[in-house]
Design a protein around this ligand. Structure first.
Ligand code: AMP
Ligand code: MG
Length: 476
């Protein structure tokens, strides 16, 4: 085949030794066709979208041939899943094609997900079906448009093959772009192998890539603590529940990764859970900061052989709660239109959230409506909102901002559009039947979540009773 894609790979992870991965190509698929290609991301990466959309490009994105300069590999890692230790996970259904330097000078991983079995597949088939691929595409691009650090979606490819889950389903391959795929679980793997040399090499690699100004394992830990505190606060501000905050699903770069049973909440409730396998509520909305702290403690203990003492590692992760609280306050102050800081702001925000939970208020629509006469209608008993609004108005009176200025600032913090679970579900159902127009419309709308929705207004509506999706399932 005349394959000339001209992708300027520069594969720093492949230059680590073979303790870190298994070098192998993706497994080809039967009949690849393009479902979606992210033009603006391709441009950011310096890739030619037109070429990628041609048969050679689609073949490369499907894993049917390895472009020049790629050094495909499956990465090894371990992790705590729902608190239980798994000594070896790794890319069981993904292949890192390689890394490229984008137009912005940043280094990006190009990974194919659903690309066939690897030595880390355990009982899995290494494949993905179109549902989780569309879900990750929609939710990760929505996250990016909201301004939250996240892995990105470059492409979705239909494979022309059938994947067997509970039923036969159409197969797909997802192209994920990430600052890196280095996880808390990557460090845990080498720590559990008592391979301090590999741990040190991974630390150096990661520092160079994500924390060029930091020094040593402690500097790395401090950096990850700060990034995760910020990330979780940003999630909370959009009502996002990750759903599977296992240590293998937490990046060192501070990007959101592995969108499985995740959701942006409709009705607010702090104990909202979406995963069908999370029966204890371990990863409920309101527990996410604690779970992040728990994961960071696992990272700290993995790094102990390099840090050389428990006390500094402990001190590093002990900074998380304060860092999180101030990031959270920054996020929620903006959401209620505050520009100054007052001592009672935390109480004022929590009081609103409590009333929203009681009043079964829609998270996104309530914040978007604050300052207008529509807000109170979001509450089962609108008078519970009125009481809060009086206190809020008193607080706003201490600021100089005009109402118009405030409203436009708040509209930059409170999106009109989020990727609602029932809409994702509708896009998947249509996609399984071969119609990707519902998916395309949703992706398009979510590119500008803070704008007035216009003809996309239907996508702002919470689910009707018969549209509610009670649970989302693992992204396999
Ligand atoms: P996740 O739940 O997506 O974080 O995945 C946890 C682990 O299971 C990772 O090591 C995945 O690579 C692996 N895995 C998930 N689904 C499959 C599959 N269909 N085939 C092989 N491995 C899988
Ligand atoms: Mg994972």
């Amino acid at each position: 085949m005349p394959m000339s894609l001209n992708i300027p790979f520069d594969n720093s992870y492949a230059r680590l030794d073979d303790r870190f991965y298994t070098k192998m190509a993706p497994t080809p698929v039967k009949a690849p066709t393009l479902i979606a290609l992210n033009q603006s991301l391709a441009a950011q990466l310096g890739l030619d979208a037109a070429t990628l959309g041609e048969p050679d490009g689609v073949a490369a994105l499907a894993g049917n041939f390895t472009p020049d300069g790629a050094e495909p590999l499956a990465q090894v890692y371990a992790g705590h899943q729902f608190g239980g230790w798994s000594p070896r996970l790794g890319d069981g259904r993904a292949i890192l094609l390689g890394e490229i330097i984008g137009r912005d000078g940043e280094r990006y991983d190009i990974q194919l997900k659903g690309s066939g079995p690897t030595p880390y597949s355990r009982m899995g088939d290494g494949r993905a079906w179109v549902g989780p691929v569309l879900r990750e595409y929609i939710v990760s691009e929505a996250m990016h448009a909201l301004g939250v650090p996240t892995t990105r979606a470059l492409a979705a490819i239909a494979t022309g093959e059938t994947v067997i889950r509970e039923t036969p389903l159409p197969g797909a391959v997802f192209t994920r772009v990430a600052a890196s795929h280095i996880r808390v679980g990557t460090f845990q793997y080498f720590a559990s192998q008592q391979d301090t040399e590999a741990l040190a090499a991974l630390t150096d690699h990661t520092l160079a890539r994500h924390f060029p100004d930091a020094k040593g394992a402690l500097g790395l830990l401090d950096g990850v603590v700060a990034k995760q505190a910020n990330l979780i606060a940003r999630w909370m501000g959009f009502g996002f529940v990750h759903g599977v905050m296992n240590t293998d699903n937490m990046t060192i770069s501070g990007e959101t990764i592995d969108y499985g049973p995740c959701a942006y909440m409709d009705r607010y409730h702090p104990m909202q859970v979406f995963s069908s396998i999370d029966q204890q509520g371990r990863y409920a909305y309101g527990r996410q900061p604690d779970m992040a702290m728990w994961n960071l403690a696992q990272l700290a203990s993995a790094l102990l052989p390099l840090i050389g003492g428990v006390a500094p590692a402990q001190a590093s992760i002990d900074r998380f709660p304060d860092l999180f609280r101030s990031a959270w306050l920054r996020v929620f102050r903006a959401k209620i239109g505050l520009q100054s800081e007052a001592a009672n702001d935390t109480d004022l925000i929590n009081d609103l959230l409590d009333r929203m939970a009681q009043g079964q208020a829609d998270f996104t629509n309530t914040f978007r409506a604050l300052g207008t006469d529509k807000a109170r209608d979001e509450f089962v008993d609108p008078s519970t909102y009125d009481d809060w609004e009086r206190n809020w108005r008193d607080r706003l009176a201490t600021e100089k901002t005009t109402p118009q200025e405030r409203l436009s600032e708040m509209h930059r913090a409170n999106p009109a559009l989020i990727a609602r679970t029932h809409r994702i579900e509708q896009a998947i159902q249509a996609g399984v039947a071969g119609d990707f127009s519902v998916f395309e419309r949703l992706v398009k709308a979510l590119e500008t979540p803070f704008a007035e929705p216009g003809e996309m207004i239907d996508l702002t509506r919470p689910p009707l009773n018969d549209e509610v999706v009670p649970q989302t399932f693992c992204g396999t």
